[in-house]
Design a protein around this ligand. Sequence first.
Ligand SMILES: [Zn+2]
Length: 163
Amino acid sequence: MDESKGLALALEEAQIGYREGGIPIGAALVAADGRVLGRGRNMRVQNDNPILHGETSCLQNAGRLPSSAYQGSTMFTTLSPCDMCTGACILYGISRVVIGENKTFLGGEAYLKQRGVEVVVLDSSECRELMEKFIVEKPDVWNEDIGVEERVYSREGIKASSK
Ligand SMILES: [Zn+2]
């Protein structure tokens, strides 16, 4: 599948997520023959679920598949995959990860490459602008999703102790 078409599916999921009040990250898994195996979006807010990121939600929606289904497949994602999603892509032997943007967050791209996964960054301004808008609107939800909430708490701890 054409890279921009695959990314468009992922971006559509991200936009649905944004309209639902969720974290606007989407993904689509496309097989070697171009069939769309699954699509998904971050469901932290909608489902109160900390492990349904764009990519893991997509893998869940694709369902239980034989390992051969992942061979030659591409995970399209609007944002550079976090450590959890990087691990999931490696675990299932996904061959290629096509990323919308990695300016607002840089995930496990180096590790993907090290493990033989092809990584393509499309540098999409649409993906970046959607994330930037969301991060400005809901910084606390974003920090929670990328696991940096404790840094916020520790900063508050410093403020409190200096009083
Ligand atoms: Zn993730």
